[in-house]
Design a protein around this ligand. Structure first.
Ligand code: ZN
Length: 163
């Protein structure tokens, strides 16, 4: 496995609409493995293709340690409720925002074997699905945030988070 470079939010590739994965090849599987390793090393809970310079509809999510969800051509097919909370992104280091997302989403995607799978998420998992799938359309959370935290708020947030 290899650790990939994570693009930062000033890089144009993060702003592009990604194309579907047309065929799952060995390269796709290696990419999924590398994305998982890259995400874990960066202490993230989700990573999308464009964040590592791959403009394809592919993402990995691991909100709960060991529960890795690989998403190929994911689509949100149902969403209900709303939650407002903190959100960050590996491509936007050192910043945090307040973002309102659905509280429940149901996602359809292919797994690495090309099988159609359905995933349900509430709370953080729902937030993560929305965040990663938005990346595939070139949308960052900073675009949809209710607001970004100020320096002071960020400091307080980081301190409370460390406890
Ligand atoms: Zn992100």
């Amino acid at each position: 496995m290899a650790r990939l470079r994570i693009l930062k939010d000033n890089e144009p590739n993060l702003r592009k609409k990604c194309r579907p994965v047309s065929e799952i090849t060995q390269r796709t599987l290696t990419l999924l493995d590398d994305m998982l390793e890259t995400m874990r090393k960066a202490n993230g809970v989700g990573l999308a293709g464009p964040q590592v310079g791959v403009l394809r509809r592919i993402a990995v999510v691991e909100v709960e340690e060991g529960n890795v969800i690989e998403l190929i051509n994911p689509v949100i097919i149902e969403q209900t409720g709303s939650q407002t909370g903190y959100e960050g992104c590996l491509s936007v280091p050192g910043r945090t925002g307040i973002v309102t997302r659905p509280d429940y989403v149901r996602v359809k995607a292919l797994d690495r074997f090309g099988e159609e799978k359905f995933y349900e998420g509430t709370g953080l998992l729902a937030r993560c699905f929305c965040h990663e799938i938005a990346h595939l359309d070139g949308i960052l959370y900073t675009d949809v945030a209710d607001r970004m935290l100020t320096e002071e708020e960020l400091k307080a947030y980081m301190e409370s988070d460390a406890e």
